[in-house]
Every structure is written in structure tokens, then in C-alpha cells.
Design a protein around this ligand. Structure first.
Ligand SMILES: N[C@@H](CCC(=O)N[C@@H](CS)C(=O)NCC(=O)O)C(=O)O
Length: 213
């Protein structure tokens, strides 16, 4: 498998899933600003929208896009890693959380707050949703270690998105259950490895941009 990713972007969830499942993969870095890969090739020739994650499965078929689809596909490549439930009801619970994270948190809150070009009205609308959307997550996590009790790809995605809180100026202190959860997830070996590697790649990406200015 080949994962097209940008450092510390939502694609980090798939790196976490790959490490959790101990699946071999090639990682291809995409600069989110220029849409170029490290060899200078245009990522938009891989996926015309220029969004990560993109996964090239080993089956020679089309690339796979969208976090919810990519994460479930990776989980299904190594069922014994138990990263996604197999029975229909529990798989629907997983799907529910992947959609919630993707729409209510990732796109609904964090993308507008992280976008320096977003109009203040857009940011203000995103800020107005923070308390309700994170309270719902915190309520779910009370008395549970992970969203579905056991670690799943939904936790890989939620952790990746919550990792943007400082950069987005989202204060998490009203939700101690989320703080405890983030500490629990970041203590996992696969998660710590993914985060350390992507933080180093992100720092290198920033340095390359600064060198050009
Ligand atoms: N709906 C897509 C969204 C993916 C997405 O927004 N990726 C961001 C990184 S977190 C990206 O590639 N942004 C670059 C851009 O907007 O040009 C999914 O869930 O996979």
C-alpha cells in the first residue's frame, strides 16, 4: 500500500492505523501549499482535488480517498488487529463516529479555525459549535477508554483532529475527559511513533518554506 500524506494533517490517522495493524506501507509526502510531492511531481495527477489522505491499495485498482473509507479499508486488511468491529451494529457505531469526526469536528470546527484566510464570520460560526460538539465527545468518553470501548480507527482519527487544538486556539480544559483520553491515546506505541515522525516532517516542511521566503 502507498499512503499520500501531509505531515500532521488528517492523513496521520491512516499512518496510526497502519502502525497499529503493523502493515507495511510506502509513505509519499505532499506539500499542502504547493501540492507537490518531494520528488517535485504534482500530487493533483494522483488525485485532482489535491486532498490527503489518498491510499493506493496493492490490488492495482483506483486510489481510495476520504478518511472514513481509507481508515476502514486499512482496518480490514488486518482484522486481527481489531481496529474496526465486524458485526453490523458495531460497524455502524464506528461509521457514525468517523462521520462525526469528519464533519462536525474536522470540517465543521478545525478547518475554519486553522484557515488563516477564513473570514471572521466563518471562524465565529465555527467557534460557536466548539462547546456542543466537544461536550458530546466528552460525554461519550466518560467511563470509557476509547470511543467504542476498545481502540479503533475512530480513535486514530479523533486523536489526529484533537492534536490541532492548540494551533486552532481551542481550549480543551472544560473537558477533562478529553484531556485524559488524549494522554491515553498518545501513550500507545504506534500513536507516539506516528506523531513523532510527523512532527519532525512538519518541522522540516516549515523550514523548507521559510528558506524560500
Ligand atoms: N473529505 C476529505 C477531506 C480531506 C482533507 O480535508 N484533507 C486536508 C488535510 S487535513 C487537505 O488535504 N487539505 C488540503 C487542501 O485543502 O488543499 C476526507 O475526509 O478525507
Amino acid at each position: 500500500m502507498k499512503l499520500y500524506f501531509s505531515p500532521l494533517a488528517c492523513s496521520m490517522a491512516t499512518r496510526i492505523a497502519l502502525y497499529e495493524a503493523d502493515l507495511p506501507a510506502e509513505f509519499v509526502e505532499v506539500d499542502p501549499g504547493t501540492k507537490l510531492m518531494r520528488d517535485g511531481a504534482d500530487f493533483r495527477l494522483v488525485y485532482e482535488l489535491g486532498l490527503v489522505p489518498v491510499l493506493q491499495p496493492d490490488d492495482g485498482g483506483d486510489v481510495l480517498t476520504e478518511n472514513a473509507a481509507v481508515l476502514q479499508y486499512v482496518a480490514d486488511q488486518r482484522p486481527e488487529a481489531l481496529l474496526a468491529p465486524t458485526d453490523a451494529r458495531r460497524r455502524a457505531d464506528l461509521h457514525q463516529w468517523l462521520c462525526y469526526i469528519g464533519t462536525e469536528l474536522h470540517k465543521g470546527i478545525f478547518i475554519p479555525l486553522l484557515n488563516p484566510e477564513a473570514h471572521e464570520a466563518v471562524k465565529s460560526s465555527a467557534r460557536s459549535k466548539v462547546a456542543s460538539r466537544l461536550s458530546w465527545v466528552a460525554k461519550r468518553l466518560e467511563g470509557r477508554d476509547y470511543l467504542l470501548n476498545e481502540f479503533s480507527v475512530a480513535d486514530a482519527y479523533l486523536f489526529t483532529v484533537l492534536n490541532w487544538a492548540t494551533a486552532a486556539d481551542v481550549d480543551m480544559t472544560p473537558w477533562p475527559a478529553i484531556g485524559t483520553y488524549v494522554a491515553r491515546v498518545s501513550a500507545r506505541k504506534a500513536v507516539a511513533r506516528a506523531l513523532n515522525e510527523e512532527a519532525a516532517l512538519y518541522a522540516a516542511e516549515v523550514a523548507r518554506h521559510l528558506a524560500k521566503t
